[in-house]
Design a protein around this ligand. Structure first.
Ligand code: FES
Length: 142
């Protein structure tokens, strides 16, 4: 069996929504201290809906594939839905990832969350801090 699904390979080789949004309403940047990979997510928001979304990932193929899929999953969706996007949902949409690559999908979930938080912060929108837990890379295996 191939190590990576066809969908992972497709999103790695033809990533969707790559780039930068110059007029982004929210920007989230996250990194993994262990592998050194960095992901930046840009969102454009209109009336609570993510109307556009782009990403830049300096990282492994799985990080690129998961960020690409994450943009596809949140584009056109309400901010609340984007906040609910889990790394498991991204992995499922990609038809799976090898266990030792699951941490790459965590980066995608966190990048989306960070972009939404940035949007809330910039627009003075109150939120529940519990929706934005601080991930402690030092202590985890992800
Ligand atoms: Fe760092 Fe994949 S190895 S995100």
């Amino acid at each position: 069996m191939a190590l990576y699904s066809e969908k992972v390979m497709d999103h790695f080789q033809n990533p969707r929504n790559v780039g930068k949004l110059d007029d982004a309403d929210g920007i989230g940047e996250v990194g993994n201290a262990k592998c050194g990979d960095i992901m930046r997510m840009y969102i454009k928001v209109d009336d609570g809906i993510i109307t556009d979304c782009k990403f830049n990932t300096f990282g492994c193929g799985s990080a690129i594939a998961t960020s690409s899929m994450a943009t596809e999953l949140i584009k056109g969706k309400p901010l609340e839905d984007a906040l609910k996007l889990s790394n498991q949902a991204v992995v499922e949409a990609l038809d799976g990832l090898p266990a030792y690559k699951l941490h790459c999908s965590v980066l995608a979930e966190e990048a989306v969350r960070a972009a939404v938080k940035d949007y809330y912060d910039k627009h003075g929108i109150a939120y529940d801090p519990k929706d934005f837990p601080i991930h402690d890379c030092e202590g985890c295996q992800d």
